[in-house]
Design a protein around this ligand. Structure first.
Ligand SMILES: NC(=O)c1ccc[n+]([C@@H]2O[C@H](COP(=O)([O-])OP(=O)(O)OC[C@H]3O[C@@H](n4cnc5c(N)ncnc54)[C@H](OP(=O)(O)O)[C@@H]3O)[C@@H](O)[C@H]2O)c1
Length: 332
């Protein structure tokens, strides 16, 4: 199989780099200065084993590739970019090199949130979800850091909306040979909703900095409890944080990398890069949407969604509020 990674940023280039190093065919799809750097110099890849350059091919879009039945598309853009990033990719059967077999390309969403797979299923018949546990930082054009050890990540996979098939098992086997743990689940959404609860902390970490302890931790706990109550009210099953931590065990610790400043969660990285957009509409905002559909309150997640959107729009630096200031803005 050849892995075509659409959106080769922190997670995309991290997965692509590991697959490439273990001998798989990989193509990175990128844009702008990142694409130019990847094309000119290859992928600078920092992991606990050190920093090296990988000569992974990089392209700007499908027009530069001859797609065929061997290809697996892996989508790794932030959720707000899913529709535009998928737009150029063929959801129609791709004619094989010999001009015969028409194959529908499988599409794997290696993303947070629960909206990407459904958006993809609108155009692609075979869609797979991944609950991505993987610390990764985009450092500068052409350079990413993947500090997880002993495994780079734990990627819980399954067919969307449910089930498994030979394709997902083959993808998982390739990932398992590439420094990932890749359990395959019948009910991948249960793991994705569980991860969504964990990702409700991203906005707090982006707005107010580290939230492992103290008042910021308290905010996170309340936000996650509100999210869990909303999912429960909506009758949505999800893996609890305790269950997720048990699966993770000591398999994936974030370790310091020599000379590398890690960027924190992916929403924080969006603010640091002043990209003008943030994924919160699909994280805290997903909880808000479900709460509205079911007539239950979600005031903390709603306020975090609104504040994070304002931070991104105004290009405010991450962590520019104290936890106490954030708590006051959340009316706590
Ligand atoms: N980083 C983490 O630690 C982490 C961990 C677990 C899960 N995740 C999830 O993984 C997903 C990806 O996050 P990330 O942190 O890897 O984001 P990222 O570093 O911003 O990478 C996304 C990449 O996609 C590119 N992109 C967007 N639209 C594109 C298009 N139309 N064509 C080509 N490239 C396009 C972006 O380019 P531009 O920079 O030009 O926009 C960026 O390089 C998110 O859902 C995130 O929540 C991240």
């Amino acid at each position: 199989m050849r892995y075509v990674i659409i959106g080769a940023g922190a997670v995309g280039a991290g997965i692509g780099g590991r697959l490439y190093e273990s001998g798989h065919d990989v193509v990175l799809v990128a844009r702008g200065a990142h694409l130019a750097a990847l094309r000119a110099d290859g992928l600078r890849f920092s992991t606990p084993e050190g920093t090296r350059t990988l000569a992974v091919p990089a392209v700007g879009g499908p027009e530069e590739l001859e797609l065929g039945a061997q290809d697996v598309l892996v989508l790794a853009v932030k959720a707000q970019h899913t529709a535009s990033a998928l737009e150029p990719w063929p959801s129609q059967p791709v004619v094989g090199g010999d001009g015969t077999a028409g194959e529908l390309l499988p599409l794997v969403c290696a993303q947070n949130g629960v909206a990407n797979e459904r958006a993809a299923l609108r155009r692609f018949r075979r869609v797979y979800g991944v609950s991505v546990w993987m610390p990764a930082t985009y450092l500068e054009p052409g350079t990413v850091a993947v500090p997880g050890a002993p495994f780079s990540g734990i990627l819980n996979l399954g067919r969307y909306p449910q089930g498994t098939d030979p394709t997902v098992r083959a993808i998982a086997a390739d990932l398992e040979r590439s420094r990932f743990r890749a359990p395959v689940h019948e009910d991948v959404l249960r793991w994705k909703y569980g991860k969504l609860i964990g990702n409700l902390a991203n906005a707090v970490g982006a707005l107010a900095g580290p939230c492992e302890e103290g008042p910021a931790r308290e905010l996170v706990d309340r936000t996650m409890a509100e999210g869990a109550a909303v999912l429960t009210a909506a009758g949505i099953d999800f893996a609890s944080i305790a269950e997720q931590l048990e699966v993770r065990g000591d398999l994936m610790r974030t370790v310091p990398l020599d000379g590398v400043q890690l960027g924190g969660n992916s929403s924080r990285q969006s603010l640091a890069r002043a990209t003008g957009s943030i994924e919160t509409d699909y994280l805290n905002g997903e909880i808000v949407l479900i709460a509205r559909e079911h007539g239950v309150p979600a005031p903390l997640n709603e306020a975090l969604q609104r504040l994070a959107a304002g931070f991104a729009r105004d290009r405010r630096a991450p962590g520019s509020l104290t936890a106490a200031e954030l708590a006051a803005l959340l009316a706590l």
